[in-house]
Design a binder for this molecule. Sequence first.
Ligand SMILES: Cc1ncc(COP(=O)(O)O)c(C=O)c1O
Length: 360
Amino acid sequence: MGAGEPDFATPEFIREAAKAALDAGATRYTAVEGILPLRQAIARRASDGIAGSAVETSEVIVTAGSKQALFDACFVLFGPGDEVLVPTPAWTSYYEMIALARARPVEVHGRPELGLKVTAADLERAATTDTRGIILNSPCNPTGSLYSANELREIAALARDRGWWVISDEIYQRISYAGHAPSMLEVARERDNLVVVNGVAKAYAMTGWRIGWAIAAPEIVKAMTALQSHTTSNAATVSQYAALAALEDKTRSEDAIAGMVAEYRRRREAAVSVLRECGIPLLPPDAAFYLFLNVGRALPNDPEAGTSFAARLLEEEGVAVVPGAAFRAPEWIRVSYATSFDTVVEGAQRIAALWNRLLG
Ligand SMILES: Cc1ncc(COP(=O)(O)O)c(C=O)c1O
């Protein structure tokens, strides 16, 4: 229950489109910023329900997974002496990407009563004159928390007021159990300080294809393209055609996503009911496919309770989870339910068994 990737196969119509693309010659380099039809499809998709003007193709770059888009953005926007606010707990790579750009990640700890989310006021308090930006992740890995449109609006307004960049990682947007997960693009009327990152990995079960993208001002896209031209060149050509099929065939892709989300929901409900029964504090998982559990009470004198609990879980119960320390929340563990229903139920029961044993 450690892996952060869908256990489903990529939908068949997408695999078929990739095979057809290969046979049609999709075996060469593409433009560094990606094939035009895919960039157009991304721009069209991102323009749905948007607050400002429609997204132009010149605002889109295709990358080798959303991870590369996030790295490119950090490298292009931040440098030595800059501070970047990271609502914490957060996905482990943000801290490293910011550090790779020689900037300093600043942890802004989320509020327990808000599902470990931060408010605009929390960000304001953590800022200094060196603050240059923020990396926001809604829905959030590892907490499964979802920022409302209002919460996003307040953060966008603060960032605009302070002249900060906002990198908004929306990779889990389509995996929501609490209705539509709003994008920053839906609340920010002006977006010249915004880099919105998304991709096909999680929603379409396409982690291995490595296709993500960023939507940003044309000059930022140009800088990211220049960086990418010296690092990876284009994202894999055949994968770009597969992603194009995923975005263009709305009927089949929406069916596939709905089926996967329904199954995640079933697993989530089963796991939550087992874990709630034994009293482990857990956050309401509104989105993504993780449960974030506070195991501090089971190991009260251990400052790294999550790591110790995870090690014992592996050794004594044969269950792998990710210690919260990876997300800078050392009392917690992250449990992925992107695995079969029976494994999820059995895994939750074994977590409960260890918890009960430790609490005597
Ligand atoms: C929050 C978050 N952002 C980005 C990524 C990277 O996704 P991709 O496969 O598109 O690079 C992950 C993967 O685990 C993630 O959890």
